[in-house]
Design a protein around this ligand. Structure first.
Ligand code: ATP
Length: 136
């Protein structure tokens, strides 16, 4: 049996990753999970968080994902993310600006025009990007 599992990370805009991995960890909605080649098939939704895997050369890779779904098959895991960035591609200045914008909106309690749920999600995405960028 092959030693590696294929990892594919796609968004509506791009294919972010398509390569072999030894082990893949991902932020499932019900908790963090890990898959190796030969895993029983399953599907799950994902939280905003980090997908982490060891590539075929043994180097750890980190991908920031903003929610989505994962389908694990014995030889492949496909991650369909709403948005995803390799940690080295994250623009920290942009994420910091998004974080400040969201924090300002959340602090504006008396303003009925503000969609607080949307601001909280934007804040979560921005914090996840800032944290993931510091992973390598
Ligand atoms: P912003 O307010 O800065 O646009 P956002 O959370 O609204 O952030 P998304 O809608 O999640 O952005 O993503 C839109 C596109 O921009 C996606 O392709 C995503 O990968 C990319 N993107 C968003 N923020 C960053 C970032 N800080 N660094 C690199 N790419 C980013």
């Amino acid at each position: 049996m092959a030693e590696n599992i294929r990892i594919e990370v796609v968004t509506p805009e791009h294919e972010i990753v398509n390569e072999d991995a030894r082990i893949v960890m991902a932020p499932g909605s019900l908790g963090e999970f890990g898959v190796l080649v030969g895993h029983t098939p399953f599907m799950t939704s994902l939280k905003t968080g980090v997908v982490c895997y060891d590539d075929a050369g043994g180097n750890e890779q980190f991908i920031c994902v903003s929610g989505g779904f994962a389908e694990a098959l014995p030889d492949k895991i496909t991650i369909l993310a709403e948005a995803a960035e390799k940690c080295e591609d994250i623009d920290v200045q942009r994420a910091t600006a998004a974080k400040e914008r969201a924090e300002k909106r959340l602090a504006d309690k008396g303003n009925d025009a503000i969609d607080f749920a949307r601001a909280r999600i934007a804040l979560e995405r921005a914090i996840n990007r800032i944290n993931t960028a510091g992973s390598n």
